[in-house]
Design a protein around this ligand. Structure first.
Ligand SMILES: Nc1ncnc2c1ncn2[C@@H]1O[C@H](COP(=O)(O)OP(=O)(O)O)[C@@H](O)[C@H]1O
Ligand SMILES: [Mg+2]
Length: 239
């Protein structure tokens, strides 16, 4: 069967002033895949997601989304085309209610609001229960769910999640990974950036391992999990 490419990053480099953060990065995400970017703090994962979204300027290379060149396009345009980013730190508008947060998320796709809201509540039943609660009073896990749900309100084709598990209890992380797995079954394509290599390798289909702005390893997660370097550096194994 022919693979259907959704996102293609070709030889992308990004610098912050004199500091090179990404060096000639190439990755690809096919439709309905779950792909992970694994790497220590400072490896360049967030910079790559921002470069894809047009938030961070790409100095050289290309970003293609559904075959269109979106390199250095405006974030608004890219969001309208179907790219959604759930930023690091489960960011929610803390003084607004759950519903108001979701309304803001529908900004790029207001016409299907009711259907999208129903879908989001099906995936995250706890948010329905808390619909009129102020987002700042939700637990960390619920805030992360709201942050994901808000992005889903624009019905993106590709969902990028930055550090899903940061600061959350393992049980909550598992719960959210389960929900993301369901979303993938429903047709969403997912790109995850994560320091939590173990959980992520168990969850994703394929992964790219990043170190200081470069991709150093890539492959099926099943194979990467038994790679000696991955085991030593990312899975805390002495074997
Ligand atoms: N706004 C910024 N200004 C200057 N350097 C930055 C900025 N953001 C990130 N960096 C640097 O770019 C590199 C990659 O960072 P980042 O993409 O945040 O990595 P990760 O998400 O993998 O932790 C790091 O060396 C970091 O210090
Ligand atoms: Mg980061």
């Amino acid at each position: 069967m022919k693979k259907s490419s959704m996102l293609k990053v070709e030889g992308v480099s990004v610098s912050y002033g004199p500091v090179r953060a990404l060096e000639n990065i190439s990755i690809e995400v096919d439709r309905r895949e779950i792909v992970a970017l694994i790497g220590a703090n400072g490896a360049g994962k967030t910079t790559l997601l921002k470069a894809i979204l047009g938030v961070q300027k790409v100095q050289s290379g290309k970003v293609l989304f559904l075959g269109d060149d979106i390199t250095n396009s405006s974030t608004d345009k890219v969001a309208n085309m179907g790219l959604g980013l759930i930023p690091e730190g489960h960011l929610v508008f803390s003084t607004m209610t759950v519903l108001e947060n979701l309304q803001l998320g529908a900004y790029h796709n207001p016409q299907d609001f009711n259907d999208n809201l129903e879908n989001v509540f099906e995936s995250f039943p706890v948010l329905r229960k808390r619909i009129h609660q102020t987002a700042g009073t939700l637990s960390g896990g619920e805030q992360q769910m709201l942050s994901i749900a808000r992005t889903l309100m624009s019905k993106p084709e590709l969902v990028m999640v930055d550090e899903l598990s940061l600061g959350l209890a393992p049980k909550v992380v598992s719960e959210i990974f389960d929900i993301l797995g369901d979303l993938n079954n429903k047709g969403y394509t997912i790109l995850l950036a994560e320091q939590n290599a173990k959980k992520t390798l168990e969850f994703a289909n394929r992964a790219y391992v990043m170190e200081t702005g470069r991709v150093v390893l890539q492959g099926l997660t099943q194979e990467l999990m038994s790679h000696p370097e991955v085991r030593r550096a990312y899975l805390g194994s002495n074997v």
